[in-house]
Write a protein that binds this ligand. Structure first.
Ligand SMILES: [Mg+2]
Length: 238
């Protein structure tokens, strides 16, 4: 059987936070503002709160973009009086998209899978902003090894909904049984695989692993890329 590996992107192959850290520093400093680990931590925490509000429908996407930079300007040293938070936000997203950061061993793992005999396809399944995901994938060279990219912004549906996975199946013209979902998140990747009745591999599991495996019907866990590769190889050659 031809297997379709559906890889989550962030904290499974790419380091989202490392790109965010680099991009925030670049845009603030270009605008004459100070940058430090503390500023990044403040941004990250506030941003998370805002995404929670957006998910509940309390604020708009543009509201989130404006508020996160309005907030961070106040925390930085330097004159931000003439800066437009939305313009700086656009620069930030663009800069992030040009500064993808691979997790150690991710590229080698994907390359090894593609070199295995067995006609395996690799797709990326990710919730997020298209330009950001696409740019980071291209800037790391990961694009050479993947057969397709499914970003929630394009699709109008998110992981873990069954509708998201149905749309992926439809586009790749594959059976459910041929798909393996690989990801670090219980709430989007593992729950998504469960909702879509697909085989799942929980990457870098943490917390109460046994309980989580039982409640999300997780098939395998992998704590490293070596382990992940062995599991995939076993499934493919079985
Ligand atoms: Mg992830």
């Amino acid at each position: 059987m031809r297997y379709n590996l559906l890889f989550d992107l962030d904290q499974t192959l790419l380091d989202f936070h490392a790109s965010e850290y680099i991009a925030l520093g670049k845009v603030l400093q270009q605008n004459g503002l100070s940058y430090s680990d503390r500023i990044y931590d403040l941004f990250k925490t506030y941003n998370k709160t805002l995404w929670g509000k957006l998910e509940k429908g309390d604020i708009t996407r543009n509201g989130l973009f404006r508020m996160r930079f309005g907030y961070i300007f106040e925390k930085c040293e330097g004159d931000s009086s003439s800066l437009d938070p939305l313009a700086v936000n656009s620069d930030f997203i663009q800069t992030m998209s040009e500064n993808g950061v691979l997790l150690d061993g991710a590229l080698e793992c994907v390359k090894k899978i593609k070199e295995e005999p067995g006609n395996t396809a690799i797709y990326i399944i990710t919730n997020g902003v298209t330009i950001n995901a696409k740019g980071r994938i291209a800037s790391t060279g990961l694009d050479r090894y993947i057969d397709g990219l499914f970003v929630s912004e394009d699709m109008g549906v998110n992981k873990p909904s069954a509708a998201y996975f149905d749309m992926v199946l439809d586009r790749i013209r594959a059976s459910r049984e041929s798909c393996i979902v690989i990801g670090d998140s219980l709430s989007s990747d593992m729950l998504g695989a469960k909702n879509a009745s697909m085989t799942s591999i929980w990457f870098r599991p943490e917390g109460n692993i046994e309980t989580a495996m039982a409640s999300y019907d997780i098939n395998y866990t992998a704590s490293s890329y070596d382990e992940l590769f062995r599991i995939i190889k076993d499934i493919i050659s079985a």
